[in-house]
Design a protein around this ligand. Structure first.
Ligand code: MRU
Length: 351
């Protein structure tokens, strides 16, 4: 089995997702700036995986701060966190992970720089291990919603490649499959970066889970034909009212499910829920380069110089969402009540 990201001998190893499915290339990073660039360039992508990469990148940066002066250490540490935070704006998990690392820094800095460096490294590894465990729990919570014989549509990649392992939306599918349910997965290709075509099919085929690749504009047709029973996707940020940002095209799917009376579920860890964000219109949507639209594999598919628009995510209003599957249970409407309950009285994560 492949590893999306790994910490080895004080280096970060990342499976280069821009090279899949042609080549399984692992890249080794020993400079946090390169980890930030890897996040920016989608070498590693998917909200939980970005969170893990951010934590490991920050730990890597801290290890290399060469000073015995706590003031100098603090200003370098802040710089590292800022640079990593700037890599991508939408995924809540990036900011959640950095917040968690920063909290640990503050709790331990009085114990000296060598101690804090070690503690930051351990925290990054904890975030990594916890993510796999959380995804397995999401899988268990969600698999009860999957019936034997279901055909499930998913969008983008919310699998092992988008997390430390196992996946969120694909975690639900994997768990159902492991329980012996005969499921089939329809995967949207997910233009323009083709996460569905390149990554989700690749992962599911490795697990021998039946998969059918379709282009994005076919989803409505298959829903109308009665071929899809369930839609499960991941999330990049979930606002307090349940509005959910996910890969561009998710909103279109959600609207289609309503028209065709198909359940539409989000699967995400609670670290993706941003209770400080009241509604979807407050979520920052990343705009990416037009090159990703006008080129495929370096080859022009539209005239050079054509004007493009490229929001990398869209927001699905809460009213289209049947339920939000988390490691702490499935939240159902009204989300402004049920999402805070997932944190059962404890402070929700800060982003
Ligand atoms: O631009 P990407 O590939 O990082 O976008 C990823 C998605 O939109 C995923 O669906 C989301 O991050 C959930 S991953 C478990």
């Amino acid at each position: 089995m492949f590893k999306t990201i790994e910490w080895k001998e004080n280096r970060v190893i990342i499976l280069d997702q821009t090279r899949l499915p042609e080549e399984e290339v692992y890249r080794t990073f020993d400079d946090y700036r390169d980890v930030a660039q890897a996040i920016k360039k989608l070498i590693i992508r998917g909200a939980p995986a970005i969170g893990v990469a951010a934590a490991m990148g920050a730990a890597l940066g801290a290890l290399h701060i060469d000073t015995t002066d706590p003031q100098v250490f603090l200003s370098r540490w802040n710089e590292i966190c800022r640079e990593i935070a700037d890599a991508r704006p939408t995924a809540a998990n990036l900011f959640w992970a950095l917040e968690r690392m920063n909290k640990l820094y503050q709790q331990n800095i009085d114990r000296g720089i060598p101690f804090v460096k070690e503690a930051l490294k351990k925290e990054a590894l904890r975030i990594y291990r916890e993510d796999i465990e959380i995804n397995r729990r999401i899988g268990k919570e969600g698999s009860v919603l999957v019936k034997d014989g279901d055909t499930i549509l998913t969008h983008c990649n919310a699998g092992a490649l988008a997390t430390a392992g196992y996946g969120t939306a694909l975690g639900v599918i994997r768990a159902a499959w492991e329980e012996g349910k005969q499921v089939e997965v329809f995967v949207d290709e997910t233009r323009p970066f083709l996460q569905g075509a390149r990554l989700t099919t690749w992962e599911l085929m490795k697990d021998n889970i039946p998969v059918t690749l379709i282009t994005d504009n076919m989803a409505g047709h298959f829903m109308k034909e009665g071929r899809i029973n369930l839609v499960v996707v991941g999330a990049d940020r979930i606002a307090a009212n349940g509005d959910t940002a996910n890969k561009i095209g998710t909103y279109t799917l959600a609207v289609l499910t309503k028209e065709n009376r198909i359940p539409f579920y989000i699967a995400a860890p609670t670290s993706t829920i941003d209770l400080d964000c009241p509604s979807g219109d407050k979520i920052a949507i990343e705009e990416r380069s037009s090159r990703e639209i006008i080129e495929i594999n370096g080859r022009l598919i539209a005239p050079e110089g054509v004007k493009t628009a490229y929001p990398a995510f869209d927001v699905t209003p809460y009213r289209y969402i049947t339920g939000i599957i988390t490691e702490k249970g499935v939240a159902t409407p009204p989300y402004h009540k049920t999402l805070p309950e997932l944190f059962d009285g404890r402070a929700p994560p800060k982003h």
